[in-house]
Write a protein that binds this ligand. Structure first.
Ligand code: MG
Length: 305
């Protein structure tokens, strides 16, 4: 299933939608005339109900979608939100998880290349989350070095602590696209990554969450970022140093992961700061972030003084 969160003209209430390649159906509208019992109104609610509820929902949708006579909203007619518009905690992130990205960073800083032996972990604040087609605004007085990082996002479905690698993928609900937008100057000046990674809007997410059954192998997906139509990043999740199952194993050591938690898995090479000369996201820049099997986000930047 491909789940989305959207609203419609004149009603900003977020709705749980199920998407195909061109249209979204409101899950509650579809279920209303059926004897289906209570149906979740948000993706977070569905996730928190657990695997049996996910299965029931998938069966309901597979049976009813083909004969549904209600509104199918065209992608262009809805306001897209992040699938989980306001996570209950920080988005967890893995840094330096692709060799190419580590090498370009070391080159730009004039340092020796050093690959991590355990995952580099940091977070982005919940207020950084924005929709897959939102305008992202920042003030030039705050940062002059805003960079892109296309990443595969994991959405945890079943919580756990000390999750073994062999069990890890069974804890995943689905996958989404994240851009770990980064203010490089703040990332450097404040020593810790948190501030430079957490400016408002700096975590666009979506357009959909694709459930694990439909997504398939998370380590065989192209990860692409285009800036003003030019391909800047063109990697594949097979290049991760720590794959998804290993990330979950490390992240959950002594720390409980909960349903709805989100983990960004790191970015391939091709970011802006390590280019010659460095490139950043300026006023009017169009950033497209795409992952094979999920979809493409398109965010425009608006810079104020
Ligand atoms: Mg990143």
């Amino acid at each position: 299933m491909r789940y989305a969160t959207f609203s419609v003209d004149g009603d900003p209430t977020p709705r749980l939608g199920v998407a195909d390649q061109t249209h979204i159906v409101d899950v509650q509208a579809l279920a209303a005339p059926l004897d289906a019992g209570a149906v979740p109104g948000t993706l977070s609610e569905l996730i928190s109900q657990g695997p049996e509820a996910w299965q029931q929902m998938a069966e309901l949708l597979r049976a009813e979608l083909p004969r549904y006579k209600g509104t199918r909203h065209a992608f262009t007619d809805v306001q897209w939100q992040a699938p989980i518009p306001r996570p209950t905690k920080n988005v967890m992130c893995v840094g330096r998880n692709y060799k190419g990205h580590i090498e370009e960073g070391a080159r730009a800083r004039g340092e020796a290349v050093k690959y991590p032996e355990v995952p580099v972990i940091f977070t982005k604040g919940p207020t950084s989350v924005s929709g897959p087609f939102d305008v992202i605004s920042y003030e030039r007085s705050v940062t002059q070095q805003v960079d892109w990082e296309a990443e595969l996002g994991i959405v945890i479905g079943v919580g756990g602590r000390n999750i073994a690698r062999a069990d890890a993928l069974r804890h995943v609900f689905g996958y989404t696209v994240i851009n770990d937008v980064s203010a490089r100057d703040l990332q450097k000046n404040h020593v810790q990554f948190f501030k430079g990674k957490s400016l408002d809007g700096f975590c666009p997410m979506g357009p959909v969450v694709v459930t694990t059954d439909e997504f398939g192998d998370p380590q065989q997906k192209n990860v692409i970022c285009r800036v003003n139509g030019v391909v800047k990043q063109d990697g594949n999740t097979r290049q991760m140093i720590f794959p998804v199952d290993v990330i979950i194993e490390w992240m959950s050591k002594g720390m409980t992961l909960e349903p709805g938690d989100i983990i960004a898995t790191g970015t391939p090479d091709g970011v802006g700061f390590s280019r010659t000369p460095p490139e950043y996201l300026e006023d009017g820049t169009v950033m497209e972030t795409e992952i094979e099997g999920i979809g493409t986000m398109r965010n425009v930047f608006s810079v104020r003084q």
